[in-house]
Write a protein that binds this ligand. Structure first.
Ligand code: SF4
Length: 482
């Protein structure tokens, strides 16, 4: 049955009427002032609504209009809007705003998308939101919530917010253009959340096809163990961080709220990254790219400053491919690694085994000093239980006897595969081919791991696979560690 958007969206508008109104809509309704809507929209990117609301109130007290905004220096603006996400960049953009508006538009805020995108700090999403919220004109503001939910419903099948905007312009009845963003932002924050949506309470549960969704467990069904004193670590092969950024990476990081997030296969040099990616609010980031552009590379985001950062394994080839990055803390080392692929015909098996041995030696050196956590894409499914078709893959890269033997010897020498400390079930995978709808059919491999040295096993509280988080052909894995 086709998804009946014309009845669903009005029902959701009623549903979200009792939720918190997104801050930009609130300012639009309260002020009807394009200047305030524009500034609030700039402040609101990657920031919680309550933080935006407080920062906007402080700013509008001193700068209720463009003329007074022009009197404020960049440091003053930084102080006023802190702690909104990327406050330094946003302060710079706000300081430039009156001058650019004067130069390009005679000091008048434009009411159309294209001219608005010429203003500092204003991308398509912001521009669309200003056109609808401030000028009440039809435009479709597609943020990650609109993009995500429209794809969950199968109303569009798109890979990026821009593609969703284009598809919706052709398909969505115009009477919904103005309201679809505020409805789905509120609905996406309150009910259809990016991680484990509350499908059990959802008013459109029976009509929603829930494409690619893993709903939350119903409260009470399984007692939730709160993430209290322990540390939450995430490891994720993102298969290209720049593509991942367009799929809502920053929102996913925000939702995951982990202490450390390790990434593999970033496929980018730091100078190719946006400022937003390099400075996610609350995190310090460390990047270790491959020398070859668009290939391999690892990175780590951490909330807590490490004592030191160790790059690589002191080996020209491994390090030229950006394969290993280590952070040292008081009582543990955190190592992330992107193991080489043995490649078709096992052409690179010898190199891979050399890397494995060097990494193993490095781990032993670290574990002689303190606890050590290794995470990453090990590019090997250890046992038959760890992939869908073990028989057909006996001689293939990632399941060759040599690679599996190395994994045996690694674990036998004193390391734990933390996921198997808790879960002995089959069909638990972290990678699925993009072909043949493999992910939908759960035809996959478990090749992403968190391992710890044996003496630290008691510090492991939980190890899980977050298979409902989309965006890459791998999903993230999680370790809860004390
Ligand atoms: S049923 Fe679940 S996935 Fe579908 S809209 Fe509701 S909360 Fe979202």
């Amino acid at each position: 049955m086709p998804f009946d958007i014309e009845t669903i969206l009005p029902r959701l508008q009623d549903e979200v009427a009792s939720y918190n109104t997104p801050v930009v809509d609130l300012i639009a309704v309260q002020t009807r002032d394009p200047y305030k809507v524009l500034v609030a929209t700039i402040l609101s990117a990657r920031t919680k609504d309550e933080v935006t609301a407080k920062a906007a109130t402080r700013l509008f007290k001193l700068a209720p209009d463009l003329a007074s905004l022009e009197q404020l220096s960049e440091p003053e603006l930084e102080k006023l809007i802190h702690p909104v996400g990327f406050f330094r960049n946003k302060a710079k953009h706000l300081a430039q705003l009156p001058g650019v508006l004067d130069r390009l538009f005679n000091g008048v805020i434009p009411d159309e998308v294209e001219p608005l995108t010429k203003l500092p700090g204003v991308g398509r999403k912001t521009a669309n939101l200003v056109v609808t919220a401030a000028f009440n004109k039809p435009a479709i503001c597609v943020d990650t919530h609109v993009h995500r939910i429209m794809n969950i419903w199968g109303y569009v099948t798109t890979k990026t917010p821009l593609a969703t905007e284009t598809a919706l312009r052709k398909k969505l009845p115009q009477n919904f253009w103005r309201t679809v963003n505020s409805t789905l932002v509120a609905f996406g924050q309150g009910m259809c959340k990016p991680l484990r949506p509350h499908c059990d309470l959802c008013p459109i549960n029976s009509e929603c096809p829930q494409l690619g969704v893993t709903a939350r467990r119903i409260p009470g069904e399984e007692k939730k163990k709160p993430h209290t004193k322990g540390k939450k670590f995430i490891s994720w092969n993102v298969n290209g961080i720049r593509a991942m950024e367009k799929k809502g990476f920053a929102d996913i990081v925000h939702e995951l709220d982990a202490d450390i997030i390790a990434l593999q296969e970033i496929k980018a040099q730091p100078d190719q990254l946006s400022e937003e990616l390099k400075n996610l609010p609350g995190y310090k980031s460390f990047w270790y790219p491959a020398q070859r552009k668009g290939y391999a590379g690892v990175a780590i985001y951490t909330k807590k400053e490490p004592l030191q950062v160790l790059h690589g394994l002191s080996h020209d080839i491994h390090d030229g491919e950006g394969r290993v990055l280590t952070l040292e803390y008081d009582d543990f080392y955190f190592v992330t690694a992107y193991f080489p692929n043995a490649q078709h015909g096992l052409a690179r098996l010898d190199y891979k085994l050399e890397f494995n041995r060097d990494l193993h030696r490095f781990m032993d050196e670290l574990s002689a000093k303190k606890s050590v956590v290794l995470c990453g894409d090990l590019n090997v499914a250890h046992k038959e239980i760890d992939l869908t078709n073990p028989k057909q893959n006996q001689k293939n890269p990632g399941f060759s006897p040599e690679e599996r033997q190395w994994m045996d010897s690694f674990l036998d020498s004193g390391y734990m595969d933390t996921f198997r400390m808790f879960n002995q079930e089959p069909n638990q995978f972290t990678w699925w081919s993009y072909r043949f709808s493999a992910r939908q059919k759960n035809i996959g491999w478990r090749i992403d791991y968190f391992c710890v040295d044996k003496k630290s096993a008691k510090r492991v509280k939980k190890a899980t696979i977050l298979s409902d988080i989309m965006g890459s052909d791998h999903c993230p894995v999680q370790l809860d560690f004390t």
